[in-house]
Design a protein around this ligand. Structure first.
Ligand SMILES: [Zn+2]
Ligand SMILES: [Zn+2]
Length: 309
């Protein structure tokens, strides 16, 4: 006799087989990003000045890769994991996790690596020098602002470098945790590992995740599953549309929501196997301009590009 499942059973069955989380691979996360940034910077369509910026960010990602190999922050203990799971909270939350000073060591090594480049633009060199001269309390205050736990204005010139060091620290945490330590949150649009917002989403094409959509954390690079055709900002499933630029990059659209009027970019690995959320978001500013004109706003900024506030 044929067994018939009701929709609830089908959903539960599907959920059991879906890989819920994809944690970052510390050996590859920043080297893959650097390679993609270089590839994007060489594509004519992105224009000259953004091409230079993508090259600089590729050097930054190289420096992040090197810095990540040298730090091993303390992971949450069993009690902290149990507490987070009980209350459906991120296990290493940006707002309250006690950062060790290792993140500042990463910042120093990132600034040293960039300052040592032969063709570094003068403004970048002076930002690196400025950051290297700051006191620990001043750097911590900048970190608090970027992690949105303070409301003071962001120093847009140094923000990408401070953010880069914080990414190294949180990827060092996320990449060494077990998936079982990370519970489900009540808020599906934030990272279950660290509580940050996603920079973009990716429809994966590998055998384990074929056709599934994952949101990619702006800070710790954790990816978490969310069904497709749903706003990653307000969770609406109505009024979702997909916009792209004619002759624009392959494998990229913007998922726009007519309920909250925001968008996030969505990348399709089956169209371009090398898609990388942070790099591709940065390399497609033309799409942001188009969507701004159409009345949509970004759900949140790219971690490596801050507008002065
Ligand atoms: Zn995260
Ligand atoms: Zn929405």
């Amino acid at each position: 006799m044929q067994r018939i499942l009701d929709p609830g059973q089908i959903e539960a069955f599907a959920q059991r087989n879906i890989q819920r989380l994809r944690l970052p691979d510390r050996a590859r996360v920043f080297s893959t990003r650097a390679a993609r940034l270089r590839q994007q910077s060489e594509r004519g369509a992105v224009g000259h000045s953004i091409g230079d910026y993508l090259q600089l960010m590729a050097h930054l990602a190289d420096a992040q890769h090197a810095a990540l190999a040298t730090i091993e922050p303390a992971l949450p203990n069993a009690e902290q994991i149990a507490h987070a799971r009980t209350f459906h909270m991120p296990v290493v939350p940006v707002g309250s996790w006690q950062r060790e000073e290792q993140w500042r060591e990463s910042l120093r090594s990132i600034c040293d690596a960039l300052a040592a480049l032969p063709d570094i633009p003068m403004p970048v060199r002076s930002v690196c020098d400025r950051l290297r001269a700051l006191e620990p309390e001043q750097l911590e205050a900048q970190a608090e602002t970027l992690l949105a736990t303070q409301t003071s204005p962001v120093d847009a010139a140094s923000a990408p470098f401070v953010m880069a060091a914080l990414q190294v620290y949180w990827v060092a945490l996320a990449s060494r945790m077990s998936i079982d330590a990370i519970g489900e949150l009540d808020v599906p649009g934030v990272c279950p590992t660290c509580g940050s917002l996603p920079v973009a989403s990716v429809v994966r094409a590998d055998s384990r995740s074929q056709g599934l959509r994952y949101l990619h954390c702006t800070l710790c690079a954790t990816e978490w599953h969310m069904v497709r055709v749903k706003c990653s900002h307000c969770q609406s499933t109505k009024g979702i549309s997909y916009q792209s630029i004619e002759n624009g990059p392959r494998g990229m659209r913007a998922e726009c929501c007519d309920t909250c009027h925001t968008y996030r970019k969505i990348l399709y690995q089956e169209e371009d196997v090398a898609v990388e959320p942070v790099a591709d978001d940065l390399a497609s500013l033309a799409l942001d301009l188009l969507l701004g004109e159409a009345g949509y706003r970004r759900a949140n900024p790219n971690p490596l590009l801050w507008n002065p506030s």
